[in-house]
Design a protein around this ligand. Structure first.
Ligand code: SAH
Length: 359
């Protein structure tokens, strides 16, 4: 049993069953044993691989996207470039290299990284050491008061925000809670029904509520409206709200039971893009997308960038790697990155449609 499983068992013995939201927050963020506190989870030797780690093309296109947004904002100087959950800093390093193509952009930039993980922060410092742009870090997810226009990016960040789950039983919704069955962690239902959830569904249906995600978007909205700017998030999830349990744990590139190794496995939930879009519109933002990642990257010029890299590839292995990365990022099979991953942008009212969204 993991060290954190012991702690969670103790907590439940003392306080009773805990919400999935609290369980996720502890499993990922516990100061000593939380998943993101103790390791670099990315890449072949870790637990999962993300788009920027698959190919430099991903970060480069995001960099060009950001530079175009900056031009569309009227090339303000200074401008904040805020990245949530930057991982190893790979996407940003690739983005900044590509964004040199826009004269004046890097000179105007103040980069701010929001990262809870000390291990990944160290990796980001290394990756961005020579980037020539001022970079600062903060650990909390609030965007912070500042009237400087901002461009916000986040890849696979929203899926790490804790969710709540409710299950339909005898015609009522009950919150799903993590409790104990002997020594084992197990999921049960709160005895009291949650009457705030109004949807009709058959018994056994599960609905997820991303309060943290919606709060995050509402906070972002306040700052985007006050200072101007746009935000882009890429993540796996669904364009329409629906029913189903999407809580998943990943360890060494395989799915594992979310309850067996808290703190040792990545814990995520699919992003409900419809709910986030609704929260953003409700807070007064313009919403673009969600659209599928494959189509978005194609619209930003993935193929042309791949062709350019192919012309410079020295070996057949390099050529294969470029083509296979392009295929992987845009794979339109149901479970492929190109369609499972969606892209959404939020903008302050009056801003032009961001690149890639059909403007
Ligand atoms: N964007 C990177 C990493 C994705 S993994 C990539 O695509 O490779 C998720 C990232 O979000 C990690 O950097 C993790 O440490 C960070 N993270 C998770 N929860 C967070 C929170 N509540 N606040 C800030 N960062 C968080």
């Amino acid at each position: 049993m993991s060290a954190l499983a012991h702690e969670i068992r103790r907590l439940i013995t003392l306080e009773g069953p805990i919400s999935i939201e609290r369980y996720m927050a502890i499993a990922l963020g516990h100061p000593r044993h939380g998943y993101y506190m103790t390791r670099d989870p990315l890449g072949a030797s870790g637990d999962f691989t993300t788009a920027p780690e698959i190919s430099q093309m991903f970060g480069e296109l995001i960099g060009l996207w950001a530079a175009q947004c900056w031009l569309d904002l009227g090339a303000p100087s200074p401008v904040r470039l805020i990245e949530y959950g930057p991982g190893r800093g790979t996407m940003l390093a690739d983005a900044l290299r590509a964004a040199k193509a826009a004269p004046g952009f890097l000179e105007a930039l103040r980069v701010e990284l929001v990262e809870t993980s000390p291990v990944l922060k160290a990796a980001q410092m290394l990756a961005l050491g020579g980037c020539g742009v001022p970079v600062t870090w903060q650990a909390r997810i609030e965007t912070g008061a500042d009237d400087t226009p901002m461009i916000v990016i986040g890849n696979e960040f929203l899926d790490a925000l804790p969710i709540r789950q409710y299950m339909r039983q005898n015609g009522c919704w009950h919150e799903r809670l993590v409790g104990l069955a002997g020594d084992r962690l197990t999921i049960g239902l709160a005895p009291e029904p949650e009457t705030a959830i109004a949807q009709a569904a058959p018994d056994g249906a599960v609905v997820e509520v991303a309060i943290e995600g919606q709060r995050f978007v509402a906070d972002l909205a306040t700052h985007l409206k006050a200072s101007g700017g746009v935000a882009l998030f890429l993540d796996y999830g669904h364009t329409r709200s629906g029913f189903g349990d999407t809580l998943q744990a990943m360890q060494k590139h395989a799915f594992v039971d979310p309850l067996t190794t808290p703190g040792e496995a990545d814990l995520t939930a699919h992003v409900d893009f419809e709910a986030l879009a609704k929260a953003a519109r409700g807070a007064g933002l313009m919403v673009h997308g969600p659209m599928e990642q494959g189509a978005f990257l194609q619209a930003l010029g993935l193929e042309a960038r791949a062709d350019q890299l192919l012309r410079h590839a020295r070996t057949p292995e390099q050529q294969d790697a470029i083509r296979s990365a392009e295929r992987r990022l845009t794979d339109m099979h149901r479970t492929g990155m190109g369609s499972l991953f969606k892209v959404i942008a939020f903008a302050a009212p009056g801003q032009p449609i961001p690149p890639g969204f059909g403007g």
